[in-house]
Design a protein around this ligand. Structure first.
Ligand SMILES: [Zn+2]
Length: 114
């Protein structure tokens, strides 16, 4: 679940938006879903509130299953499953001081993602 966070770039690997990429707007941990900017768009029709008024159509990104989204490494641009580690050398010492906060690392280029 911690693989993907708000603000990450993800690539969609399943469903009708397969192959597209976008920015994560929101993560829904309980539902195991994410909403991605511009993807899985649904149109909501709002009925007119008063007589003579027009109804409105609102487009919004519906949450999609998290297993259909894969993190895109901001460093090498490849879709990746991040590895979690506490860093190395000096970085690791710093991390240890901060009760070993784990960071995400790209499996391809081995760069820290955050
Ligand atoms: Zn990478």
């Amino acid at each position: 679940m911690k693989n993907i966070k708000k603000g990450d770039k993800v690539k969609i690997i399943g469903g009708k938006d397969r192959g597209k990429t976008g920015k994560v707007l929101q993560v829904f941990p309980r539902e195991r879903k994410v909403s991605v900017e511009g993807l899985n768009l649904l149109i909501k029709h709002l009925r007119p509130r008063r007589q003579g008024e027009k109804g409105q159509r609102i487009e919004f990104p519906a949450p999609l299953t998290i297993s259909n989204a894969m993190l895109v490494c901001p460093k090498c641009g490849r879709p990746t499953k991040p590895i979690f580690k506490t860093g190395s050398g000096q970085e690791k010492e710093e991390a240890d001081k901060k009760s070993a906060r784990k960071r995400r690392y790209c499996r391809h280029c081995e760069q820290a993602i955050d």
